[in-house]
Design a protein around this ligand. Structure first.
Ligand code: ADP
Ligand code: ZN
Length: 746
C-alpha cells in the first residue's frame, strides 16, 4: 500500500453551501472504494453526515481533517448517478449536498450515526428496516410428550409449514410467546429473524395479462423505439397520441424489450395515487419485479422500495417526480407519461423538473427516453420540429373507437351551474343506464363570500386570496395555508350577517345535481373527499362496478382513468384556468380540457361531451372542443413568438420573501440593481423585469416579490445567474428561490 500521498476525498455536505469539502482518508481505508457512500465528517465543532463524491488527485494542503467513519458498507450511488447529481446541482444552482440529500428516501437519514464505528452501520442496519421472526421445526415430526395442548398445536403448524412467521402463529393462536420459548428450549423449533419489505401493493390482486396485437401506428412507434433500444445510445422520443390511442401499450412493450436486453426501466407518472389503473396494468404485465415510489408511501415503505431498487431486486421503477432520482442501475429506457403535467415540477427545495431531468439522466445512461402525452408541451412539439427529438404519432384511438362528439354551450345569461344543454344530456345518460363525469376545477361550495351590505370579501389574513366556503364542514377555508373560520359568519368590515355566495365549487355542484337529479347516485372526488389513504381507489372502484352514476370532481378526475361506462362528460366553467397569471394559462387550459374530453366514450358506447363556458371564443377552448391540437399548437406558438416566451426565450424567476414587507421590498430592489450592474459589466443580453409583487403577493404570512429574467440565449441567462449567486449578500430574514425554466435539455 502506498503511503507517500495521503488519500484525499471530496465530500458534499447537506447544508446550504455552494461548495464541497476535502478530507483525508485514514490509512486503514486507503484501498477502499469510497465514492457514493456516506461518511461522518468533522465540520467546525460538529460532526455531520456527508456524501463522498470521489478521490481528489492533487496534493492537498497539510491541515485537512480526517473523516471519522464511513457509514455505508456498499455505495448508495453509482458513478453515473453521481455525475447526474453534479449536473443537477450545477444547472439548478443548488448545493450538491442538498441535492444528494433530496435524492435519498427520508427513511435512510433517520439512522443517526451517533457512535457509528468505522465499519459503519449498514444499508440494512437502520432502524427503519422491518423484520419478522419465522419458525421452522428443528427435529423430525415425532410426537413429543409433556407438551401443553396449545404448544403441541403450535408445533404441528410449524412442522407442517416452512418458515412460519410468528405473526401468522399469533393470528391463529393469540399470544404464544411462552409456548414458542418452551419449544425452542426443547430444541424442537428454531426462530430466525429475517428482513421483510413492506409492500404498498401487497393487497392488489391482478390477473396476468399478455401483450396486445398492435395497431399500425402503435407498431410503427414501437419499431422506432426498438431500433433505438438496440443501438444502446441516447435517443429521445416524443410520443404524441390522442387519449385512448394505446400509448400505455407501447410503453409496456418497449419495456418488455428493455428487460430482454437485461436493462431496466424507469417510468415517471404525474401522481401515482391518481393512477392506480396504470400501476395495475404494469403489475399485470410484469408481476412483482416492479417498485413503486410515490408521496403516499410511509417512510418505511419508501425506504424499503429504495433498497430493493438499489439491490437490483426491482427491474421497473414507477414513480412520481422524485423517482427520477431512483437508484436504478443499467437504465435502458426512461418513460415520462403525460409529459405536459405541471406536477413534474418540484415547487420548493430543489426546484427541478423531472420531465427535463429524464432527458439528462437518459443521456448519461445512454438510454431511450420516451415522453408521452395526448397534449404535449408546446416546447416539446417545438423541440421535435427542430429535430431534437423524434416525433411518434398515434393519431387515432385503438379499434376505430371514435373521438367523442363535443358541444360548446354558452353560459351567457344562464344562472344555474348545470345549463340547458347539459341537464337533459345528463337525464338521457342516466335513463340509458350509462355513466357521466362532471368536471369543475374548483372545490368547495362557494369560491368566495362577500358582504351583501358593503361588498367586502372574506379574505385570508395570511395570504392574498379569498376564503372558500365549505358548507359541509361549516367553515370558510384558505386553500393555501388552511386558515379556517366558522362559516358563513359575519362581514369583517361592517359586522353584517348576510353574506353572498359567489363562484361555484364542486361541493356546490354536487348539491345542485342532487336537486336536479334526486334519483342519481353521485360521487364527488376532490381533495376534500380523498383525504384518507385509499379513498381514491374506493371512489374509482364505485365508478367501475357501476354502483355510481355521476362522478363530480376537480382535475383529479381528468387523469388517466379509463371508465368504460362513461358516455357523457360535462365541463363546468371551462375558462376557469384561463385567468391564471401565467403565460402558460392557455396551454394548460387546452391540455386540461382535452384530457377531460378524452374521458368520454372509451368503452364501446360512443361518447358525448358538453363544455360550458361563459365566453366561448378563446382559442384554447375552441381548439380543444374540435380536437384540433395542430391548430392550437400553431396559434400558441405564434403568441409565444410575439411575446418572447419559451421556446423563443429562456426564463428564470428569482423569488424573495419574508414576514416583514419593507425589507423584502428593499432587498428585491437591491438585487435588481445588482443584476443590472452584472449584466452591463458582462455585456449579457438578459431582460430584467421587476421586482414586482409575486402573483400571490402574500402567502402563509410571507410577503413575496419576484424578478423575472428573460434571455434569448441560455448561456447569457446562466452567466448572469452564476454571477449574481456569487456576488450577492444573502440577508438572513429573506428567503430566496431560483426557478429555472428550461426549454429543453439538449
Ligand atoms: P392511452 O394510454 O393512449 O390513453 P391506452 O394504452 O390506455 O391508451 O389504451 C386504451 C385502451 O385500449 C386500453 O384499454 C388498452 O388496453 C386498449 N388497447 C391498447 N392497445 C390496444 C390494441 N393494440 N388492441 C386492443 N386494445 C388495445
Ligand atoms: Zn391563507
Amino acid at each position: 500500500m502506498s503511503t507517500r500521498h495521503p488519500r484525499i476525498i471530496e465530500v458534499a455536505i447537506p447544508l446550504r453551501l455552494d461548495r464541497t469539502f476535502h478530507y483525508r482518508v485514514p490509512s486503514e481505508m486507503e484501498r477502499q472504494d469510497l465514492a457514493g457512500r456516506r461518511a461522518l465528517v468533522p465540520f467546525g465543532r460538529r460532526r455531520l453526515t456527508g456524501y463522498i463524491l470521489g478521490d481528489v488527485r492533487e496534493t492537498p494542503p497539510q491541515e485537512l481533517k480526517e473523516i471519522a467513519a464511513v457509514l455505508d458498507p456498499e455505495p448508495l450511488w453509482t458513478d453515473n448517478e453521481l455525475e447526474f447529481f453534479r449536473w443537477v446541482a450545477s444547472y439548478y444552482l443548488h448545493p450538491l449536498g442538498d441535492v444528494l440529500k433530496t435524492a435519498l428516501p427520508a427513511g435512510i437519514n433517520i439512522q443517526t450515526p451517533k457512535g457509528a464505528e468505522r465499519d459503519g452501520t449498514s444499508l440494512s442496519g437502520g432502524k427503519t428496516v422491518k423484520t419478522e421472526v419465522v419458525f421452522h421445526a428443528a427435529a423430525p415430526g415425532e410426537p413429543v410428550p409433556h407438551l401443553g395442548s396449545k404448544a403441541a398445536a403450535i408445533l404441528e403448524v410449524i412442522r407442517e409449514g416452512e418458515d412460519v412467521p410468528a405473526a401468522h402463529l399469533r393470528r391463529r393462536f393469540g399470544q404464544c410467546s411462552p409456548q414458542l420459548r418452551r419449544l425452542a428450549e426443547l430444541g424442537l423449533v428454531t426462530g430466525t429473524t429475517r428482513e421483510v419489505y413492506r409492500n404498498p401493493f401487497s393487497d392488489m390482486m391482478v390477473e396476468q395479462d399478455a401483450p396486445r396485437i398492435l395497431s399500425t401506428h402503435q407498431q410503427a412507434a414501437l419499431d422506432a423505439v426498438y431500433a433505438a433500444l438496440d443501438r444502446h445510445s441516447f435517443a429521445p422520443f416524443l410520443l404524441n397520441g390522442v387519449t385512448g390511442s394505446g400509448k400505455t401499450e407501447v410503453y409496456l412493450q418497449a419495456i418488455a424489450r428493455t428487460l430482454e436486453q437485461d436493462k431496466n426501466a424507469l417510468v415517471l407518472v404525474p401522481e401515482i395515487a391518481l393512477t392506480p389503473q396504470l400501476v395495475r396494468r404494469f403489475l399485470a404485465r410484469f408481476g412483482h419485479c416492479i417498485a413503486v415510489l410515490h408521496s403516499g408511501l410511509s417512510d418505511g415503505e419508501r425506504y424499503d422500495e429504495w433498497r430493493r431498487i438499489r439491490r437490483g431486486q426491482a427491474r421497473i421503477v414507477i414513480g412520481a417526480r422524485s423517482a427520477i432520482f431512483a437508484p436504478l442501475a443499467g437504465i435502458g429506457i426512461i418513460i415520462v407519461d403525460e409529459e405536459h403535467e405541471a406536477s413534474f415540477k418540484q415547487g420548493d427545495g430543489l426546484r427541478y423538473n423531472a420531465r427535463d431531468l429524464a432527458l439528462v439522466r437518459g443521456r448519461l445512461e445512454r438510454a431511450v427516453v420516451l415522453l408521452g402525452s395526448a397534449t404535449p408541451l408546446i416546447t416539446s412539439m417545438f423541440a421535435a420540429q427542430q429535430g431534437k427529438m423524434v416525433l411518434l404519432n398515434l393519431p387515432e384511438r385503438v379499434e376505430q373507437r371514435p373521438m367523442p362528439a363535443v358541444e360548446l354551450a354558452s353560459m351567457k345569461g344562464v344562472a344555474t351551474a348545470i345549463g340547458p344543454l347539459l341537464a337533459p344530456a345528463l337525464e338521457a345518460t342516466l335513463a340509458a343506464g350509462e355513466q357521466a363525469i362532471i368536471f369543475l376545477n374548483r372545490r368547495g361550495f362557494a369560491t368566495y363570500l362577500i358582504c351583501a351590505e358593503c361588498d367586502t370579501p372574506l379574505t385570508c389574513p395570511n395570504c392574498s386570496v379569498s376564503l372558500t366556503y365549505h358548507r359541509q364542514r361549516g367553515q370558510s377555508v384558505c386553500h393555501y395555508c388552511d386558515y379556517a373560520i366558522p362559516a358563513p359568519g359575519t362581514c369583517p368590515a361592517c359586522g353584517c350577517h348576510e353574506l353572498k355566495e359567489l363562484g361555484a365549487g364542486t361541493e356546490r355542484l354536487e348539491h345542485d345535481l342532487r336537486q336536479l337529479l334526486p334519483q342519481a347516485r353521485l360521487l364527488r372526488m376532490d381533495s376534500d373527499t380523498t383525504g384518507g389513504k385509499g379513498s381514491h381507489g374506493r371512489l374509482l372502484a364505485r365508478m367501475f362496478d357501476g354502483s355510481a352514476d355521476i362522478l363530480v370532481g376537480t382535475q383529479m378526475i381528468a387523469k388517466g382513468h379509463d371508465f368504460p361506462g362513461v358516455t357523457l362528460v360535462g365541463v363546468v366553467n371551462a375558462e376557469a384556468s384561463l385567468s391564471m397569471p401565467d403565460f402558460r394559462a392557455a396551454e394548460r387550459t387546452f391540455q386540461l380540457l382535452s384530457q377531460v374530453i378524452g374521458r368520454a366514450g372509451r368503452g364501446d358506447a360512443p361518447g358525448r361531451v358538453v363544455v360550458q363556458a361563459q365566453s366561448s371564443d378563446h382559442y384554447a377552448i375552441r381548439h380543444a372542443v374540435r380536437h384540433d391540437a395542430d391548430a392550437f399548437y400553431r396559434q400558441e406558438l405564434e403568441f409565444r413568438r410575439e411575446a418572447g416566451y419559451p421556446p423563443f426565450s429562456f426564463l428564470a424567476c428569482l423569488g424573495f420573501s419574508g414576514t416583514a414587507e419593507k425589507p423584502v421590498e428593499e432587498h428585491a430592489e437591491t438585487m435588481a440593481r445588482l443584476l443590472m450592474q452584472l449584466k452591463r459589466e458582462r455585456g449579457l443580453r438578459v431582460e430584467i423585469l421587476g421586482p414586482a409583487p409575486a402573483p400571490l403577493y402574500r402567502l402563509r404570512g410571507r410577503f413575496r416579490r419576484q424578478i423575472l429574467l428573460k434571455a434569448p440565449a441560455r448561456n447569457d441567462l446562466r452567466r448572469l445567474l452564476v454571477a449574481w449567486q456569487h456576488g450577492r449578500k444573502p440577508v438572513s430574514a429573506i428567503r430566496e428561490t431560483i426557478d429555472i425554466d428550461p426549454v429543453d435539455m439538449m
